[in-house]
Design a protein around this ligand. Sequence first.
Ligand code: J2J
Length: 531
Amino acid sequence: MLTGCVPWPDEFAQRYRRDGIWRGEVLGDLLRPWSARDPDRIAVVTRHGRHTYRELDTRADRLAAGLVALGVGPGDRVVLQLPNTPDFVVTCVALFRLGALPVLALPAHRRAELVYLAEYADAVALVVPDVVAGTDHRDLARAVRQAVPSVRHVLVAGEAQELTALRDVDAEPVDLPAPDPSDVAFFLLSGGTTGLPKLIPRTHDDYAFQLRATAEAMCFDEHGAYLAALPVAHNAALGCPGVLGALRAGGRAVLAASPAPDEVFPLVAAEQVTLTTLMPALLPVWTETAGIFGADLSKLVIEVGGATLSPEVARRVRPATGATLTHWFGMAEGVLCFTRPDEGDEAAATSQGTPLSPADELRVVDEADRDVPDGEVGELLARGPCTLRGYYAVPEHNRTVFTADGFLRTGDLVRRDAAGRLVVTGRIKDVVNRGGEKISVDEVEAHLIAHPAVRTAAVVPVPDARLGEKTCAVIVARDTPPGLGDLHDFLRERGLADFKLPDRLHIAPALPYTPVGKIDRRALAREVAAA
Ligand code: J2J
């Protein structure tokens, strides 16, 4: 396995193989069977065009060969920041085929995040779009290349200027040795626990299982059409079953540029979409506007998760739209719990269901790691065939976030309801969940403290009706306190993604600390709420 990654112990790996959970499938084989069987079958659809399995399969082979010619090889890391486009799919599959490892950056990431990811992964290449919604990603890429010497290539989907155009990375297909299915296929970014966000290695075996099992659970097969309304770089839209699972099953992946009703509803109608994924904050928008767009959602199953979903919002979905809701608790780390489409609306409104597979082991524990009785709240610990055994290249961090016997400490508080379903009740990790976008408070605080007028700073969540939570920066100033606008300018200048800019500012004379000298975030959140 790639250095810096933690394999499953042999005993577990053997059991997962023996039980047919891991089947030795490699992700580079995506597109191949359907391209051979039914070449003209539609694989990917956008507002701009339709692409067949054969077309994408051939393009992936040629891109893989072109990457080899550039010197990109097995085990190399490539930071991939592409929006929901066929290029995303083709580039991922090409990298899987040659055994190079995509590191999936989000479209919202800016210079600070891209530099961090490229450095952390020691990436050899960066793949970006040209311009998206006014942001020139080529400028970001140039800055990354300058800051991170390991980055030898910048590939641009679209107008490349002096950089290399992705479309020109093209060569006659070559034979490539298949990667070992137990090895890492790509990296996802963690929503965070403590400190800076970490990289999550996902293996061919474990992700292929996730794609297959989630598709089966959602009854998604070759007749299905999956709508990616969220960024495909996020686990929820990538592989639950998401775009990759849809392609594995021989269905269609419909790529939307955004989850806005005028973007998605025409696609739902034209492509007869059967499955999609949403964050809770968007659900009311869809429920309220489906009628206006005349959208028939009665055949649609919506997976909702990523942040707290209110039962009232959930209960309105079927009456207003006819769609079936499934409620998910997911982590890019691999833990997945969800209600199945046939479990009934009340289960979906009030719980996050049951684990993906019987091989998933979930524990709910108290502060001393003792299992709490059913019905009581505790931290969720998880171990299983697609739950990682260690974050990439952070052995010390791994010692604290995994138990000695390999359970991941999720940092989420949960209980089991009377029917044995999981219910998420809160969180003990230092993350703000802003409508499903995870913000590591340590990361933002480190930037805030660099501001000359800031003596010290903390970031805490504040309740928000639409997003569930927003961020509040609590600042202890050196002299004249900065304004929120100043802080935004400063953080943008430092290259931070917009969704991490604090929504509110609170100036305090000092921060409260716990007896062990950590910032007392609970007390601070109370202080901010009372202000
Ligand atoms: C409250 N908090 C939740 C829920 C996740 C499917 C769906 C979501 C994600 C995802 C995903 C929650 N209620 N229903 O990867 O495949 C919070 C928890 C969790 C963190 C993980 C998927 N569902 N959360 O959101 O890696 O705090 O994955 O630990 O982005 O989201 O975030 P992320």
